[in-house]
Design a protein around this ligand. Structure first.
Ligand code: UVW
Length: 265
């Protein structure tokens, strides 16, 4: 479910971030150069380096990634983020990983579309209706995996994708927040950059669900997942639940980290 990291064609990223670049440090062309190291037995090897925003591909957000009112998740002072997250970094998610029942909610297919459009919203009631149509029910502690196929437009449109940038997604309401809380949903996974409608159509706020779900409830977010193969598979066999497993890279004090979630059906 991970998109490619370091692909020259780039990866969709939040405005202001840049796609990862991978640089070849040594390969067969370098071993003939003057000063190249020599190893007994004629050993050669290839080595490379990645320069990447930690949230510049398929990734887990740390719980301390977003806040308001000077407090991050669990009431910690937001100044604990200065110079690196002393609290609520990605490390505990990396150490323990996430394993549980995953459920794919294919909102694009449910709405009869190839992909959801810019700023298209849906609610927890739509998620329930989608599950019902798929013949499954959302259970307590399920990892919710929501497909929009919106990032298809990034690959089709290039830079124009970022004009009037507003992704489709869940829209904030108190009822939606309580719905997540009642079900103790541990993890929201989507194929968009922000996991929610970027700007709330009701009040214009940016990313209110990052605040309500991540900062206030401790729901972890997995973003920029490639759900296409999984969605095709589920549509084919009609089975929309599976074992979901993921552990992001363990990066000290980081605000997020790349991950390749794997499901077992
Ligand atoms: C921001 O970092 C602002 O958003 P996201 O969590 O979607 O990457």
């Amino acid at each position: 479910m991970q998109r490619l990291i370091g692909d020259p064609n780039g990866d969709p990223v939040w405005p202001g971030r840049a796609p990862a670049t991978r640089e070849m440090i040594i390969d067969e062309s370098r071993w003939d150069e003057d000063g190249a190291p020599a190893f007994p037995g004629g050993l050669h090897y290839a080595d490379d380096k990645l320069e990447a925003f930690l949230q510049g591909s398929t990734q887990y957000d740390a719980l301390g990634h977003v806040w308001y009112g000077g407090k991050i998740w669990n009431g910690y002072d937001a100044r604990t983020t200065v110079g690196g997250l002393d609290k609520a970094s990605v490390e505990p998610i990396a150490e323990r990983g996430v394993v549980g029942r995953g459920i794919l909610l294919d909102m694009a297919r449910y709405r009869g579309k190839e992909n959801l459009g810019k700023a298209e919203t849906f609610t927890h009631e739509d998620l329930e209706a989608c599950a019902k149509e798929q013949g499954v029910s959302i259970e307590k502690h399920d990892v919710l995996i929501v497909r929009t196929n919106f990032l298809k437009l990034f690959f089709e449109q290039g830079d124009a994708f970022y004009e009037d940038f507003c992704e489709p997604g869940l829209v904030y309401s108190r009822e939606l927040t309580e719905w997540f809380q009642d079900r103790e949903i541990p993890n929201l996974v989507t194929d968009t950059i922000a996991n929610e409608v970027t700007f709330d159509p009701n009040n214009g706020f940016a990313l209110p669900l990052h605040c309500a779900l991540m900062r206030n409830l401790g729901v972890v977010f997995t973003e920029v997942c490639d759900l296409e193969k999984l969605a095709d598979d589920c549509a084919q066999d009609g089975q929309y639940t599976f074992l979901y497993t993921a552990a992001p890279l363990k990066v000290h004090q980081a605000t997020g980290a790349p991950v390749n979630p794997v499901v077992v059906k």
